[in-house]
Design a binder for this molecule. Structure first.
Ligand code: F6P
Length: 747
């Protein structure tokens, strides 16, 4: 409503001009009416007097004439009257007739004399002021018939009634104008607002593609808008194409496209865990989490705040009064805001709904999901709790919020309700099931609905996007924009896109690690392996989706098929304990131990065993030393969103050797075509691949590794985040443009 004062001034000026013009016209018209009325009245009076004179045959009967004049003066508007003979002498007059209007004075106007010659008799009229101050109309009218002139009558009529009538007519007209003009203005204003609102709504619907209608009058505007959006998209696209993505470039992208210096990440797992060490001190641990290894470099580049569950045993001791701690230790480029969950909340939300329900639901690993109503209540409550925490952290009405993973399916909707102008980028790190599978979850509709609070919903692969689009179409009243891969629900659009996640490049743990030769030597010495022994490595959380049992069985099959590897090939498996409060996970550890033992017992020699199982948390510097020491890395997930161990192994191999054996059921297999891709359930295929990896000449290793390193250098995690941020800015710009088209009241 910036233009309101101008509008009021223009409205007022127009109204004033209209009223002044109307005033003038009315005054002139009423005055003419009244003057004509007075003239008519005096003519009538003169005619009645003439009639009386004719009946009485002249001016002789003075009494009769006086009576006649008195009758005439009874009319309230006739103040006085006098009769004059042709010689201009008064015959009679009503009492109080003013001397200033004597017959001699008025006579010459009635009987005009021109150059001494008598002219014709004629009526004379004048408006004049008479003391004590009143406007009067004086008329002198000759009294004649065809034969003679009897004289003339002088009539004085009161004109003050004219002024009174003029006054009240003008007042009435003035008010009528004001009321009419006000009504007309209000009607115009309301109808123009309604019209504008209608236009704006239609235009926005058309621009969003929500409307089936196409009003031709909007066509030019829409085509301009489309051109503008296309130009912006092209600019952004060209910015995305080519060139290496670095932390600096990501930071610049954030500043340039989203005008922000700070983003808010919500992820259940915190990037740094403060833990009470056995010696009583506090140590900092890096969790075994692909999500953390991907997001952490992004946060270091962009700064902001990471909201997570404070799960470390010394976490509470290391936060400030607002539950914040600056990280990474020593560098302090962003904050972690820790949220405390009660044991019941953790059990219901994390172990229960997220990891016993959604986790097996989303992974095709033949593990039955468990859905408990109580867990669902906790899941909802904890999502609310995180939404409240985000609201406490934001400092603008349109923050950029990165929601991570299956722990927070309801959070995007909760945030959208609380912060309608925020840009919410949700990334689902694990696979998304097909609609049949999804409908196993009793709350699948709420989950899809919750995720549609996002501005952008990212998955690892296009296949998972398609599954989600299908679910939205099937379970909710929504519309799909298949060209733009978007879901439109309740007038809001959520882009559904594949953003395969990646690792930082160059990788700081790789850069910090000792040279390859040193790693090879030291690790073999630690494992008491001969210097030239072949070493394979697997690094995982202890999780049934990772296919560790299948991995061990493939090794067993290899040794069965190719006994020449006995004594000269070992496989080191790092298995970080994970979600151990869940029975399925708890059982996994002894099961694996038994399996490894059984295989080892079959093949071991006095100083050698094929499988070395380390069931303990291992910090990244050690993990990277192992990657660099190993001849091959086997990632055998039975189903995995991406699997960043595969990409980390490639990032670690700056000597450009080493072989990656990779499950075809990982997201990584869609990108890393130069790995040896296997079906981990197929032990023949997997063991053949392990054999091929062990026998692969260095030249071939180099060709494959170089290609994969080139790919990951380009498709690194900064590009992953950058693509999402650029897409987010496009969404934001689109919303702003659509916002511009709407009247502010309509928003
Ligand atoms: O892969 C899913 C995931 O949540 C990752 O995002 C993360 O790396 C991993 O699981 C860690 O699991 P948790 O946080 O339960 O230990």
């Amino acid at each position: 409503m910036k233009n309101t004062p101008v509008f009021i001034i223009v409205w007022f000026a127009t109204l004033s001009i209209l009223v002044a013009t109307a005033w003038w016209i009315v005054t002139q018209t009423t005055r003419n009416w009244f003057e004509r009325d007075v003239t008519l009245r005096s003519d009538l009076v003169a005619s009645s007097v003439r009639h009386a004179l004719l009946q009485d045959s002249g001016l002789e009967n003075i009494d009769r004439l006086r009576e006649l004049l008195r009758d005439i003066a009874r009319d309230e508007r006739i103040l006085a009257a006098s009769l004059c003979n042709p010689e201009m002498r008064r015959i009679t007059a009503t009492p109080g007739f003013p001397n200033s209007l004597s017959c001699q004075k008025v006579g010459p106007y009635v009987h005009v004399t021109k150059g001494g010659a008598q002219g014709p008799w004629t009526a004379w009229r004048e408006i004049t002021e008479l003391p004590p101050g009143g406007q009067v109309h004086v008329s002198a009218i000759p009294l004649m018939d065809d034969l003679r002139t009897y004289g003339f009558i002088v009539l004085i009529q009161d004109l003050s009634f004219v002024a009174r009538r003029e006054d009240s007519t003008q007042r009435f007209l003035l008010w009528a104008f004001v009321v009419l003009a006000t009504l007309a203005s209000i009607v115009t204003l309301i109808s123009s607002r309604l019209l504008r609102r209608g236009w704006s709504k239609e235009l926005r619907e058309m621009a969003r593609g929500d409307s089936g209608r196409r009003s031709p009058e909007f066509a030019p505007l829409l085509s301009d808008l489309r051109d503008l959006l296309e130009r912006l998209a092209k600019e952004e696209q060209s910015e995305l194409l080519g060139g290496v993505w670095t932390p600096q470039r990501l930071k610049l992208t954030l500043q340039r496209h989203l005008h922000g210096e700070r983003i808010i990440v919500v992820a259940n797992r915190e990037p740094y865990i403060h833990d009470r060490a056995p010696d009583g001190g506090i140590r900092v641990l890096h969790p075994a989490s692909g999500l953390v290894s991907a997001l952490e470099p992004v946060m270091r580049a962009c700064s902001g705040v990471w909201i997570a569950h404070g799960a470390g045993s010394a976490d509470r001791e290391t936060v400030d009064a607002r539950d914040h701690v600056r990280v990474p230790p020593g560098e302090q480029s962003y904050s972690v805001r820790r949220l405390w969950l009660t044991p019941d909340e953790e059990r219901g939300y994390y172990y229960g709904f997220a990891n016993e329900g959604l986790w097996p639901l989303c992974h095709v690993v033949h593990a039955r999901p468990i859905f408990r109503a109580e867990d669902w209540q906790y899941y909802r409550a904890v999502n609310e709790k995180f939404a409240d925490a985000v609201c406490q952290e934001v400092d603008t009405p349109d923050p950029v919020i990165l929601v991570q993973d299956y722990h927070f399916a309801l959070l995007p909707r909760l945030l959208r309700d609380r912060l309608p102008h925020s840009t919410i980028l949700t990334f689902w790190h694990i696979p998304w099931p097909n609609a049949e599978q999804l409908s196993i979850c009793p709350w699948h509709v709420e989950i899809v609905e919750g995720l549609l609070g996002s501005s952008i919903l990212g998955f690892q692969t296009q296949h998972h996007c398609n599954n989600f689009l299908h679910a939205a179409d099937r379970f909710l009243e929504s519309r799909l924009d298949r060209e733009d891969f978007a879901v439109i629900r309740k007038q809001r659009r959520t882009l559904v896109r594949a953003y395969p996640i990646s690792v930082e490049w160059p990788h700081h743990w790789a850069a910090a690690a000792p040279p390859i030769a040193q790693c090879r030597m030291e690790v073999r010495a630690e494992l008491q392996l001969p210097e030239n022994a072949k070493l394979g490595v697997g690094v995982d959380r202890l999780d049934y989706t990772k296919g560790i049992e299948e991995r061990f069985r493939a090794i067993e099959r290899l040794l069965d098929r190719e006994p020449e590897w006995i004594g000269c090939f070992s496989f080191l498996q790092i298995a970080s304990p994970s979600r151990t409060k869940i029975k399925r996970y708890d059982r996994l550890s002894p099961d694996l131990e038994q399996l490894a033992q059984r295989i080892n017992t079959r093949f071991e020699t006095a100083d050698w065993r094929p499988i070395i199982l380390r069931r303990q948390h291992t910090e990244p510097p050690d993990v990277f030393r192992l990657y660099r020491a190993a001849d091959l890395c086997y990632v055998s997930s039975l189903h995995d969103g991406m699997n960043l161990v595969a990409k980390e192994y490639i990032a670690a191999r700056d000597d450009e050797t080493g072989v990656l054996v990779l499950s075809k059921f990982t997201g990584a297999a869609y990108e890393l075509a130069e790995a040896l891709i296997v079906n981990p359930y197929d032990l023949e295929e997997a063991s053949t691949a392990l054999s091929a990896a062990l026998r692969m000449p260095l030249d071939e290793q180099r060709v494959r590794m170089q290609a994969m390193r080139r790919l990951i250098a380009e498709l690194n995690v900064y590009r992953w985040a950058g693509r999402m941020l650029v897409d987010a800015s496009r969404v934001r710009r689109r919303e702003q443009l659509l916002g511009l088209l709407s009247v502010p009241e309509a928003r």
